[in-house]
Write a protein that binds this ligand. Structure first.
Ligand code: COS
Length: 382
């Protein structure tokens, strides 16, 4: 059983403790999922997460407008990640893919949230392009005004849920001003003429991922989320919420690696005694535990800061993501080392954690970008 003492920290309320405990029971009964066909697995996971009510936390309720509770998002991601990376992915994309709608959508656009919260529609966040990943303002994709419509042309890549999403929140250049101030965000149903899945992308921890082409995709002006020209700030505001949750997923992976390691070193004998009695092993365990607790403090500090009304948590979210993902990589690497040959054996849990964690240091803002964000906030006095 993992250490749950962090739930007593003052960041949490009773509803969070209840959420974490009941989701952990649900995970024990329902996970891990069968991953042999990742598309089918993700669709089934979204349906099940929706049916059992967990996706109501992924987006605001269109019938009772409120705010996203970032502590709940983080607890859910941490718990799911501890049990099954694909379950975490499925939950996370329902949140990231609808984040712009939760935060900036019109009443009509928020109708989509009924389906994503029920698990009957899948969403995706389409920001990155072949030539602009870290440098969002360098985006090439265009959206040209044509009367009461916009016509989108260009490419998006590394799009999670690409190929299985029912709609995409797409960022494109509308040209109100150069660079970051000339982007807008659009809600584009996947069935819209001209939206093409150009390529499915295979990665070391398989999940649905694609490159998309937008070829004269015509959408009504009602498809604009927020104000035209505000797309960059919308993207950054969504990322400010969801970057903490990426840290939470990393924390879940790290906690699982630590738990597996504790069981291993208690049980496995080396030189006539349990590995746990070797001081060199104890050094690894101590470093892993320290990394896990420090990450948890940063993740839930960022979530609590947002939930208690901060207008921006750019610095806190960047710190949480940077530290939790980088140290989870180190924690999992130690777990692999302490598992010896088993640690690199296909199908072993620490082997899959080793593959799962790597992308989190890249997506939703690479570790290096988080450093830029943190430094800029500090230099600006925030
Ligand atoms: N919330 C609200 N507004 C923000 C913001 C935030 N978190 N971050 C920046 N802005 C605003 C700035 O205040 C600025 O507006 P003003 O000129 O009115 O002050 C505007 O947006 C432009 O900001 P900035 O000059 O910092 O933009 P840059 O082009 O230099 O980009 C980075 C900054 C690198 C931080 C940004 O491009 C980034 O986060 N890149 C990573 C993208 C990413 O996560 N990609 C993964 C996609 S999802 S898998």
């Amino acid at each position: 059983m993992p250490d749950a003492s962090f739930l007593n920290w003052p960041f949490f309320e009773d509803r969070h403790r209840e959420l974490a405990a009941s989701l952990d029971c649900w995970c024990q009964a329902n996970l891990p999922a069968d991953h042999s066909d990742v598309d089918a697995a993700c669709k089934a996971l979204v349906a099940k997460l929706g049916q059992d009510g967990w996706l109501t936390h992924s987006a605001i309720d269109p019938d009772a407008p409120g705010v996203l509770d970032v502590r709940s998002l983080c607890l859910i991601r941490e718990t799911l990640a501890r049990h099954d990376g694909l379950a975490d992915f499925s939950f996370a994309m329902q949140g990231l893919g609808t984040g712009a709608i939760s935060l900036f959508g019109t009443v009509e656009q928020q109708n989509w949230l009924r389906q994503t919260r029920a698990g009957t529609a899948l969403s995706a966040f389409a920001l990155s392009e072949p030539r602009s990943g870290s440098d969002v303002a360098a985006m090439d994709m265009t959206a040209t005004r044509d009367g009461n419509h916009f016509v989108l042309n260009g490419e998006k890549t590394w799009i999670s849920n690409g190929g299985i999403a029912d709609f995409y929140c797409v960022f494109a250049r509308t040209g109100e001003a150069p660079g970051a101030k000339g982007l807008s965000c659009f809600l584009v149903p996947a069935y819209t003429d001209g939206v093409n899945i150009a390529e499915r992308l295979e990665v070391i921890a398989p999940h649905p991922l694609a490159r998309l082409e937008f070829d004269d995709v015509r959408v009504s002006a009602d498809a604009v989320i927020g104000e035209p020209g505000q797309g960059f700030k919308i993207a950054m505001s969504v990322l400010d919420v969801f970057r903490s949750t990426v840290g939470a997923a990393a924390l879940g992976f790290a906690r699982r690696a630590l738990d597996e390691t504790l069981a291993r070193v208690r049980e496995r004998e080396l030189f006539g005694a349990p590995m746990a009695e070797l001081q060199m092993v104890q050094g690894h365990v101590a470093d892993m535990a320290l990394d896990v607790d420090a990450s948890a403090l940063l993740v839930y500090r960022a979530a609590w800061t947002k939930d208690t009304g901060a207008a921006r948590v750019t610095r806190e979210a960047a710190m949480a993501k940077l530290h939790a993902t980088d140290t989870a990589q180190a924690v999992i690497d130690r777990a692999v080392q302490l598992h010896g040959g088993d640690g690199v054996r296909s199908g072993h849990i620490v082997e899959s954690l080793y593959r799962e964690i790597r992308a989190l240091r890249i997506y939703e803002g690479a570790s290096d970008v988080q450093k830029v964000v943190i430094a800029r906030q500090m230099l600006a006095g925030g």
